[in-house]
Design a protein around this ligand. Structure first.
Ligand SMILES: [Zn+2]
Length: 276
């Protein structure tokens, strides 16, 4: 699933491809009836033609394409992938929406932006403004304005276990399952620890570990583009992580087998020896 680092690398890719400054000319939405999989919504996009893209914002896993009037929200869901293609290039399999754009700011560029999404959990929606597009999301985990003090305020007094709190997008936006596990392992905190039982010093270390894990992953993705400069969606088994998320994997520190435990349906990988 695309997480914060993948989505941020996608945002930067769309900026490089000159989405800002472009005007939507038309939109084509897949006309086939929706199969049983997926609940991702595609909202009414008829007002999009003629709208100009001003800039791209991101909070957590949500991209907001800020227009001269309104906002277009892009959410990748489980398997969504957005690509910029020249007019003549073939449409990828599983394409759900095709946007035709034109950018006249520095020589004319006509291009398409497509959402291909085999499992159809991605969502493309229009919003009145940024506030509506990011409704329900806490501060972005990589936002420079999101400090260790904010982190401690958001989770430190809560009696819930730390793992589900980290995944709660209304508290902090963009900490996915694999990054939460990685950060908790780095600082030796059990995913089952109650947040209010973690010392201030350890909360500070956890904040730093979350930022480092996400920044490291973003660096990794940015330095491994595909042959056309596109960010690729990587799985959890690449070199970004110290923790190997598969059964039988060992703790990278003490080398005993990792354990797994489910928190609200999300599997945590952790070391019972190193994490308390
Ligand atoms: Zn260990």
């Amino acid at each position: 699933m695309p997480e914060l680092p993948e989505v941020e690398s996608l945002r930067r890719y769309l900026v490089r491809e000159r989405l800002p400054g472009s005007v939507f000319e038309r939109v084509e939405i897949e006309s086939k009836p929706s199969p049983e999989t997926g609940t991702g919504a595609i909202s009414d996009l008829t007002r999009l033609p003629g709208r100009r893209v001003e800039r791209l914002e991101r909070r957590g896993k949500q991209i907001a394409v800020v227009l001269d009037e309104g906002v277009l929200g892009l959410h990748m869901g489980m398997t969504g992938r957005i690509e910029v293609l020249a007019e003549s290039e073939p449409t990828p399999r599983f394409t759900r929406v095709e946007f035709f754009l034109r950018n006249d700011t520095n020589g004319t560029k006509n291009f398409r932006m497509v959402l291909a999404d085999p499992r159809r959990w991605g969502a493309i929606r229009t919003f009145t403004d940024l506030r509506e597009a990011f409704a329900g999301l806490g501060p972005d985990a990589l936002d420079p304005g999101f400090t260790a003090e904010h982190f401690a305020e958001a989770v430190g007094h809560r009696k819930s276990q730390i793992k589900p709190l980290l995944l709660d997008q209304s508290l902090i936006a963009g900490v996915g399952n694999i990054y939460a596990d990685e950060a908790l392992h780095r600082v030796g905190i059990s995913p089952a620890r109650r947040a209010n039982r973690i010392s201030g010093k350890n909360l500070h270390s956890l904040y730093l570990a979350i930022r480092e894990s996400l920044e490291h992953a973003l660096e990794f993705i940015l330095s491994h583009p595909d042959d056309r400069g596109r960010p690729f969606i990587v799985d959890a088994h690449d070199d970004r992580m110290r923790l190997r998320r598969k059964s039988g994997a060992f703790c990278p520190r003490c080398e005993i087998p990792l354990r797994t435990k489910s928190f609200g349906g999300r599997t945590a990988y952790y070391c019972s020896n190193c994490q308390h």
